[in-house]
Structures are given as structure tokens and as C-alpha cells.
Design a protein around this ligand. Sequence first.
Ligand SMILES: Nc1ncnc2c1ncn2[C@@H]1O[C@H](COP(=O)(O)OP(=O)(O)OP(=O)(O)O)[C@@H](O)[C@H]1O
Ligand SMILES: [Mg+2]
Length: 256
Amino acid sequence: MSGSELVAEKISVTFATRRHDPGHRALTDVSLRVGKGEIVGLVGESGSGKSTLGRVIVGLQESYTGSVRFDGETLAHRRTIAQRRAIQMVFQDPYASLDPQMTVWQMLEELLVVHRIGGTREARRERCGELMRLVHMPAGLLDVRPAGMSGGQRQRVAIARALAVDPRLVVADEATSALDVSVQAGIINLFADLRDKIGLSILFISHNLAVVRSLCDRVAVICQGEIVEVAATQAIFDAPQHDYTRQLLAAAPDLP
Ligand SMILES: Nc1ncnc2c1ncn2[C@@H]1O[C@H](COP(=O)(O)OP(=O)(O)OP(=O)(O)O)[C@@H](O)[C@H]1O
Ligand SMILES: [Mg+2]
């Protein structure tokens, strides 16, 4: 397959909490593919390793074994700036990932400058206005700091920040969980649109199985650091093969 395909192979991550501690295995031999323009859901209970896998893929978790390939190129544990630009993450906790000292404009502009997008201040300001529209935010909030925003607004800023640099793959970690259903629907349409229009690939991590079912092409189910099942979305929901997948579906309150 050509294009911006992501292939993670046999990824293992061990966290040692203390010295001489044998460590806690957060991921064991996880392999996952996200094709160009494909939206793959990643579901599993809390602590199963979803965010850890996301961090490996975007290059934030530098100690792992296994390989991450993108566009046919094996990515080093420490990424180049171009590689960092190509794969962006929307963090699970936007409050922790946004700089409290900076306004939205300052955060976005800094990114655009680092990645040399938008030659002049005016061009960058215009681009930031566009990004705000894209995530359904009033442009007036560009000059506000995170503390002055609601949780849902911060979540949308985190999405705008990930999209600002024209990535080819986005790891969206609970990116819409704090949003009202109507805003959530807008963001989900935005993701689907970007997939259709620019072939954006998305790894969509979510506890909301109804959203996963409506958005994703395929779904991977992770349990205690291991992927137990990967299949087309309809197959996962209509004919789950693994016991753990069946339990997860049975426990979902919001599946119509
Ligand atoms: N920096 C770290 N140091 C030590 N242990 C960690 C670290 N990050 C994650 N872990 C452990 O790795 C495991 C997987 O964590 P991870 O955050 O990937 O889970 P998750 O599936 O994203 O959970 P949630 O749905 O609650 O976000 C957990 O047992 C967690 O305690
Ligand atoms: Mg997580």
C-alpha cells in the first residue's frame, strides 16, 4: 500500500517505576496498521495501554522495542522535525498539554513558525482564524489563555493545534470526550471530512463505542497491553470474536 501508511510492529513498552524494579509491561508485541485515509478506532478499558501506544506512534514515548514505519520509512526513536510534523497527537488531557501562560494565538503561532508555515504574521493570523473556524470556535478566543476557556473549548484548541501543521496522521486520544453531543458531531464530521478531502489518517482512541462505530473504518481492541482483535467496524459490532470484545460491547451504555 502506498501513501502515508502507518505500520507499528511488535511494539513493547515497559515502565520501571523504581530502580531495580522489573517494571510494568504497558504494551506487549502490539502490531497495528493505519492506512492512508483510514480511521482506525482503538478501544479498551482504562489502563490497557491506548495512550501509551499513541505516544509511541507520535514519537513521545522514546523507549520501546519494535518498529514504527510511516510512508515506508522506519522512524527513529527520536524523530526529525518533519516526522514530528507528519504525525500529530490530540492529547487526552488538554489542560495538561496546553501551556497555561500562552494565549491560543501564541501557541498556534509558535507552532507555525517552528514548522515554517505562513510567511508573515498576517498570514499566520489568518491561518489561525481558519483553524478556529474549523473547530467551531469564535476567533475572539485566540487571545485567551487556557484558564479562561471551558473544557470543551480547550479540547477544540488541542484539535486545532494538531491540525495546524497539516499532519498526515492524527492520533486523537479521547479528543471529543468533553464535548456536547452537537459539538462532538461537528468535530467528528470534521475528521471524516479531512479523511475524505486530504486523505488524513486517524487513530481514534475513545471510550465512546457509539462514536467509534459511526466514525471508524476498522477497530482494534486492546486488553492489558495486547491487541486481542482487529476487524472492520461492522464485524466488531455485529460479530465480535473475542470474549473481551463482547464484554466491552455489553458494558457500553450508549450503543443504540
Ligand atoms: N509514565 C508512566 N510511568 C509508569 N507507568 C505508566 C506511565 N504511563 C502509563 N503507565 C502505565 O501503563 C499502563 C497503560 O497506561 P495508558 O495511559 O496507556 O492507558 P490507557 O489505555 O490510555 O488508559 P485510559 O483509558 O485511562 O486513558 C497503565 O498501567 C499505566 O499505569
Ligand atoms: Mg489514555
